[in-house]
Ligand binder design. Structure first.
Ligand SMILES: C[S@@+](CC[C@H](N)C(=O)[O-])C[C@H]1O[C@@H](n2cnc3c(N)ncnc32)[C@H](O)[C@@H]1O
Length: 354
């Protein structure tokens, strides 16, 4: 789908993107508080409690680049393909694609190998960036939208390096808005990485199967009603949302290992809700400290290369009761996923039956 010079978009095989009453008409979705190319001084507080006819959020710096999100895409393809295959409607949203749509195109290419009929919509709140994006394959489109996802109902939302430039208080409402739109069985992937994608950290929070009916009911509420009281961050920096159903949440850390001196260097790229929590007494700090300790203990493995050392450190963390997920093939990629919050099992008590 090509954006039009006036910021409007035309749909290419995405009927739900066609302009209809209250539907995706970029002008109507515009949050008038949005500014493009914002310097910090010009930024305004994001409007996260606007009505559905507005794009929720705030235009921020558009930094991006080819292959920047390869680690998160590799994780999606490697661990979440079953969700995409099972989705009745394989719609994926890449929220906040930046000054170039290149990472959205890459996401489409990677996911279409898993599910050839996947449709990927790149949503951007910055009008000019939408106008500049030109879609090529029929399964790819670009449109204007914010945390309300422009009314779409995707199975995945990838929102990388979007919330990093917001206030921490904006994270909970933004999550709530996005999770409200994701279909049952779907997943929100939200995190941060460095400029060239060598270090990345992201949350993945799911919408459990069987929650659709309650969702449909919540859609009758206005956005501000649905977001009411959801600005808080829960324990461990995991944002609280209005939905009462149990959700599984994970935190994944991924790095280019040859350039990583120690695991805690990843702290610079933690998702927004964890950045200020990397202080003694907080879960993320305790976990990263334990990871560094494991890294030190496994220093002899360095002679076999950084992958071996990373795998050994992850195995050591798991042996110590940290909720490590996955298996060696994933860890060998310089990746590790933890259940979040990272509730540690007392392995001594388990071993002794206590
Ligand atoms: C730093 S760029 C990230 C680009 C790309 N996702 C990446 O990781 O390389 C952040 C982009 O998110 C956009 N953005 C910020 N808030 C948004 C929102 N609520 N909805 C849609 N886009 C948003 C900004 O305008 C900016 O273009």
């Amino acid at each position: 789908m090509a954006g039009q010079p006036d910021g409007r978009s035309v749909h290419h095989g995405f009927p739900h993107l066609a302009a209809g009453p209250g539907d995706l008409v970029p002008d109507r979705l515009c949050d008038r508080e949005c500014v493009s190319g914002t310097s910090p001084a010009r930024r305004r507080e994001p409007r996260l409690a606007a009505g559905r006819a507005r794009a929720l959020g705030l235009a921020t710096r558009g930094t991006t680049g080819p292959n920047r999100l390869r680690r998160v895409d590799r994780w999606i393809v490697g661990t979440q393909a079953a969700r995409l295959r099972a989705a009745p409607s394989p719609l994926v949203v890449d929220l906040g694609y930046g000054s170039s749509p290149v990472t959205t195109v890459e996401l489409y290419e990677r996911l279409s190998r898993v599910r050839p009929d996947v449709r990927v919509v790149g949503l951007e709140i910055d009008r000019e960036r939408v106008a500049a994006a030109a879609a090529r394959p029929p399964g790819l489109a670009f449109a204007r939208g914010g945390f309300e996802l422009a009314g779409l109902r995707p199975v995945f939302v990838r929102a990388m390096n979007v919330l990093r430039q917001y206030e921490e208080a904006a994270v909970g409402p933004a999550w709530a808005a996005m999770l409200d739109r994701i279909v049952a069985g779907g997943l929100l992937i939200e995190g941060t990485c460095d400029e060239i994608g060598r270090r990345a950290c992201w949350f993945a929070v799911d919408r459990p199967p069987g929650t659709s009916e309650r969702l449909e009911g919540s859609e009758r509420l206005g956005m501000s009603e649905r977001l009411e009281g959801t600005g808080r961050l829960g324990t461990s920096g995991r944002p609280e949302t209005t939905q009462p159903e149990p959700r599984s949440c994970t935190l994944t850390l991924a790095a280019h290992l040859p350039s990583l001196a120690r695991p805690s260097e990843l702290a610079e790229r933690l998702p927004k809700s964890l950045i200020s929590r990397n202080v003694p007494g907080e879960d993320v700090h305790t976990l990263l400290s334990a990871f560094d300790d494991a890294w030190s203990r496994t220093a002899p493995q360095a002679v076999f290369g950084p992958r071996q050392r990373w795998v050994a450190a992850v195995e050591s963390l798991r042996a110590d009761g940290w909720p490590v997920q996955g298996t060696r093939p994933r860890w060998r990629l310089g990746e590790v996923t933890f259940a979040w919050p990272p509730v540690r099992v007392d392995t001594d008590a388990t071993a002794t039956g206590g």
